[in-house]
Ligand binder design. Structure first.
Ligand SMILES: CC(C)(COP(=O)(O)OP(=O)(O)OC[C@H]1O[C@@H](n2cnc3c(N)ncnc32)[C@H](O)[C@@H]1OP(=O)(O)O)[C@@H](O)C(=O)NCCC(=O)NCCS
Length: 167
């Protein structure tokens, strides 16, 4: 598994992920197909501006990306999200991709505490948070695309980089 920035030719994978009712069940429901190209253009601009990380998950011998892991910064915190195409789920790819992105964030140093808000019913995503070293802060009611959800609030505090004076 490796991560790379989103590219314009990821449109079909975007459509597969965002317009699928099962994939989007915990994320406010499927998006209309016609909105996806505009979303992709916004994401490409975000990557050019380096204001968020939108990484695609790539595996050997598959000629398209198989998922995505993203990191957005808000005023004083950051939020991570993830998706893996159904036919590639259950192989540990999301867990590996999240760990890899957290490693990049730790090395980069600008992101601060990283938050995740999977719904309480999203078994796989809550398992990923636990496996990747997030701490559970509690439950919150959230709204996504006009729908109310109960989410677990997880936080990952990147360890401080080693202090050179300690060497
Ligand atoms: C959540 C999602 C990214 C998981 O992807 P994945 O590559 O299958 O995840 P992994 O293989 O790394 O598995 C992670 C954990 O979830 C478990 N898991 C995976 N699919 C599961 C399922 N359908 N039901 C229950 N547990 C599941 C795995 O056993 C693993 O747990 P473990 O570490 O205790 O063994 C994928 O299901 C998805 O894209 N869902 C739709 C979008 C979504 O909900 N995104 C997250 C919003 S917060």
């Amino acid at each position: 598994m490796r991560l790379r920035d989103v590219e314009r030719n990821d449109l079909e994978v975007y459509i597969s992920m965002r317009c699928d009712p099962v994939m989007m069940a915990e994320l406010g429901g499927p998006q209309p197909r016609e909105r996806v190209p505009r979303q992709l253009e916004r994401d490409l601009q975000t990557v050019r501006d380096d204001t968020a990380w939108i990484k695609m998950i790539v595996v050997d011998d598959v000629d398209h990306a198989v998922g995505t892991v993203t990191l957005y910064s808000h005023e004083d915190s950051s939020e991570i999200g993830w998706m893996v195409l159904p036919e590639f789920q259950g192989r540990g790819l999301a867990t590996e991709a999240v760990r890899a992105l957290l490693d990049l964030a730790r090395a980069d140093g600008r992101w601060g505490p990283i938050h995740a808000y999977p719904t309480t019913t999203n078994v796989a995503s809550n398992a990923i948070c636990r496996a990747a070293g997030f701490s559970l802060r509690g439950q919150e009611e959230t709204e996504f695309a006009g729908q109310a959800f109960v989410s677990n609030h997880w936080v990952f505090n990147p360890p401080h980089p080693p202090d050179p004076r300690d060497r």
